[in-house]
Design a protein around this ligand. Structure first.
Ligand code: SF4
Length: 459
């Protein structure tokens, strides 16, 4: 039986450090503003979003055809394609390839799929060393933490935290938190790893059915090093990474970096179309509970995600509660909908970590209806009777009251008079969790209904 995660409790831990919470909020808002400037610099931005939506929706409707086309073309280029139905099978396939090649050390670039499959602990248990080579990922790996963001894995950490971590693991000078110094130390250590690794493992941003090749976008060039120095390259991808044609790629690369970090393009957009000379290339295509999304009218668009992270950067809840509070491999709005669909009991609090402001859907380059999905999840949870009892009772009371207009008007009238006279302790106490971080607004003199009627008279 799965144990439920508890977003409000984890968020409470995060906001306990007020300074960090505000700093985290500002750091992500800064990225969101960069995204705004980058998107506004392209007049055809909305047209690109429409294309992305159409290409992805078409691809998902014809996924079987494109996956098989991809496999055929990849095989022709000397790439071995493997199919994994779930995380366990994925990990076993990767392990089998590594053991066959007598691999003792792997350098891995950022891949949320391998996080989802818990590949690192699986391989480490089998005696294979895995080094995450994306700087942010390496920092969280050294700290034994999961990433807190899909593009900025260590965004929850300050440079002083990184300095302490590097001092402990890489022997940097204690207290030196100069970012250039720290980055150079990480680079020197990673160089050594690249040169001594027996295999490189990468994620996949886009897999092109027409060519049978994969595209990996990074800002640090670490995927390129990992896929070029060792002779063995394994690329792991979910079934949803397929795009039909090479000419579709431009739509996504133009959207991806601008949405993610506000850059016109990622520093390295590398195409891998076969093994390096004398080497081997494998692609592992994983389902792991993706297919059920295709059968769901409400949630299938969640598979259109290109993992840019923009919905996280803009989300007022994510910015103020941190990625770890979601307790799911992908945090923020997209993680909340993916997680709740996959395991509603375990992730029953996630769809409520949302103000329904709709900002996530507005910035999403693939035009995923994130806020609608989260709203629909709440109704599904209620129907499946896995909603919190307190929440259920308060909603039932609200429904009861709102269905009795005379009583509702009366209660409103009384509340407007009484609430301002009540002592604070009666309003803000342990039973009022809503009031923990919020103040009630001043009670209005008139109800909305009264004001509306007066307005009508004026008209
Ligand atoms: S849901 Fe949209 S905004 Fe969020 S990560 Fe995916 S593509 Fe980006």
């Amino acid at each position: 039986m799965s144990i439920s995660n508890n977003h409000p409790a984890k968020a409470k831990e995060f906001v306990a450090n007020d300074e960090r919470m505000h700093w985290h909020d500002k750091a992500l808002w800064f990225v969101r503003e960069k995204r705004d400037r980058a998107s506004k610099s392209i007049p055809e931005w909305e047209q690109l979003r429409n294309f992305a939506d159409q290409i992805k929706t078409h691809t998902m409707a014809n996924l079987d055809k494109y996956l098989l086309e991809f496999e055929k073309n990849a095989n022709e280029k000397g790439i071995t394609v493997h199919w994994a139905k779930d995380a366990q099978e994925h990990n076993e396939i990767v392990h089998k390839i590594l053991s066959k090649n007598n691999v003792k050390k792997v350098v891995k670039s950022k891949s949320m799929l391998t996080e989802e499959c818990h590949l690192n602990p699986f391989l480490e248990n089998k005696g294979i060393e895995v080094i995450d080579t994306d700087l942010g990922e390496r920092i969280v790996q050294l700290r034994n933490e999961p990433p807190s963001h899909i593009v900025l894995p260590a965004i929850h950490l300050k440079k002083s935290d990184v300095s302490d971590t590097f001092h402990e693991h890489l022997g940097t000078k204690k207290g030196n938190d100069d970012p250039t110094y720290l980055t150079r130390a990480a680079r020197a250590s990673l160089r050594e790893d690249f040169l001594t690794a027996d295999a490189g493992l990468t994620g996949v941003n886009f897999a092109i059915a027409q060519t049978g090749g994969v595209v990996v976008c990074t800002n640090e060039g670490n995927a390129d090093m990992g896929a070029s120095v060792p002779k063995l390259h394994i690329a792991c991808m979910g079934i949803e990474k397929i795009i039909p044609r090479l000419e579709d790629l431009g739509v996504f690369t133009r959207l991806l970096a601008r949405s993610a970090t506000g850059q016109p393009i990622t520093s390295y957009t590398s195409h891998f179309h076969g093994p390096i000379e004398g080497g081997e290339m494998h692609i592992v295509i994983v389902d792991n509970k993706r297919t059920p999304f295709l059968q769901s009218d409400s949630y299938k668009k969640a598979l259109n995600c290109i993992r840019c992270g923009a919905c996280m950067n803009t989300c007022p809840i994510y910015r103020r509660s941190g990625g770890h509070s979601y307790d799911y491999v992908i945090p923020g709005p997209i993680g909340s909908t993916l997680g709740t669909f996959r395991d509603p009991k375990k992730h029953k609090t996630l769809s409520f970590a949302c103000t329904l402001c709709g900002s996530c859907s507005n910035v999403c380059p693939a035009k995923i209806d994130l806020d609608s999905q989260l709203y629909t999840h709440r109704q599904d949870l209620r129907e499946q009777n896995i909603i919190d009892t307190k929440k259920k009772l308060s909603m039932q009371m609200a429904v009861w009251l709102m269905s009795k207009p005379t009583l509702f008007n009366f209660v409103g009238k009384v509340a407007r008079k009484i609430v301002p006279l009540l002592p604070k302790s009666l309003i803000y106490n342990k039973f009022n969790t809503w009031g923990k971080q919020r103040d009630l607004p001043e009670m209005p003199k008139k109800s909305f209904k009264d004001l509306y009627k007066e307005g009508l008279k004026d008209v």
